[in-house]
Design a protein around this ligand. Structure first.
Ligand SMILES: Cc1ncc(COP(=O)(O)O)c(C=O)c1O
Length: 392
């Protein structure tokens, strides 16, 4: 049984958009479909068109936002230790140093309180909180953090399309439109920012750094900055536009499937599973993963073995922690991360996809029921400790 199955529009649903693309003979370079997708997003986020730009993927979106912030080279950037590797590689590729912080025991996210404490012990130049597994952040709280500290905050909202909004607040959000997300364009990313000029600069950097603005200080067509090619193609925008039409229905189905599986697996496990709690940023509207915490590392291994026997694919999402990744270990600074460590020892991603059959649901339930449960998952605990840099 697969872990996840992408849910992208069928060929016949793409065809009208592809016909439009072909009729316009415009296949890339901010064509009509990319512009239409961006205009729709601007309306949804209730921001001006210039505050939204598409990119080739969220990883490049994060990298270009960090480049556009114009921080001194080698700046320390705070991010959670518990995240996908792209959050850290984007920081490194932008020429900065990731500083890894702990996450909240309930929401599994880096919060303004954790960031404030981390900044007090190891000053940083910016913060990149992650909307863990799509859970949205409270943008008012981060706006207050920005105002108090003067530090720019960039939310890695890769999995949080439809859940993470600015809510009339200020902020910078980077979403992924990857196949595995709820709003797939196959590959794609979206940057939304209320920071003056930021998305315009990201757009320019995504087009090699070439200036296309007649009103900018440099002539149109000349290089204004050292960018890259991170443009979204019209093909990808076509998939994105077709996905948008299905998003609401799929989001409701995802939510219903999640609620059903959580309740069912809670019963199968004798209520021994623990789930990510809602943050204060509102509900997660379109879940794409199912990620319970088990009572211990030993019990997780048991479930993994049972699933392997039953040919059920599972995955330790966001693991190992960033500080334990060989390519990152010597390039990051790590603060104490006790909650992230406990999460990494006990979290397991189980199959979750639209179209999951009753038989597949039963198979997962039977696997969970075969575990020898000894005790419910204990509460995650943060400990107060002094920062221990991993490397300089
Ligand atoms: C937290 C996080 N950040 C960044 C990314 C990268 O997104 P993309 O594949 O669009 O580059 C992902 C992808 O899953 C992610 O989970």
């Amino acid at each position: 049984m697969p872990l996840l199955v992408p849910c992208v529009p069928a060929p016949h649903e793409l065809l009208p958009w592809l016909e439009r693309m072909h009729a316009a003979r415009h296949y890339s370079n901010f064509g009509p479909l990319v512009c239409e997708l961006e205009a729709t997003f601007a309306t949804q986020f209730q921001v001006a068109g210039a505050q939204v730009t598409t990119v080739a993927n969220a990883t490049l979106g994060l990298e270009l936002v960090l480049q556009a912030l114009d921080l001194p080279a080698g700046s320390r950037i705070l991010l959670p230790s518990f995240t996908f590797v792209a959050t850290a590689t984007a920081v490194l590729r932008a020429g900065h140093v990731p500083v890894l912080a702990d996450v909240d025991a309930d929401s599994w996210m880096l919060t303004p309180d954790i960031a404030s404490a981390a900044h007090a012990s190891m000053p940083v130049a910016a913060v990149v909180p992650v909307a863990t597994f799509g859970m949205p952040h409270d943008m008012q709280a981060w706006q207050q953090f920005e105002a108090q500290t003067g530090l720019p905050v960039v939310i890695d909202a890769a999995a949080a399309y439809g859940s993470q909004w600015l809510h009339n607040g200020e902020g910078t959000l980077v979403f992924s439109l990857h196949t595995t997300k709820s709003m797939p364009a196959i590959e794609g990313g979206l940057v939304v920012s209320s920071r003056p000029g930021l998305t315009t600069k990201v757009r320019q950097l995504s087009n090699f750094g070439i200036n296309l603005e007649p009103t900018a200080g440099v002539p149109v067509g000349t290089l204004a900055g050292a960018g890259t090619n991170a443009k979204m193609s019209e093909y990808h925008a076509a998939v994105g536009l077709a996905s948008l039409q299905q998003w609401e229905r799929h989001a409701q189905d995802r939510k219903a499937l999640q609620a059903d599986l959580m309740q069912f697996l809670n019963q199968c496990s004798g209520h021994n599973l623990q789930w990510q709690g809602d943050g204060t940023g509102g509900p997660l509207k379109a879940p794409t993963l199912l990620c319970p915490r088990l009572p211990s590392a030993h019990i997780r291994s048991q479930l993994e073995q049972i699933c392997a026997q039953e040919k059920i694919t599972v995955r330790r999402w966001y693991q190992p922690l960033l500080e334990h990744m060989p390519a990152l270990h010597s390039r990051c600074l790590a603060l104490p991360t006790p909650v992230a460590h406990q999460l990494a020892d006990t979290l397991l991603g189980l199959p979750f996809f639209l179209g999951m059959t009753a038989a597949q649901r039963e198979r997962v339930g039977n696997a969970v029921a075969r575990v020898q449960w000894s005790r419910p998952a204990g509460r995650l605990t943060a400990c107060v400790a002094h920062p221990v840099p991993l490397a300089a």
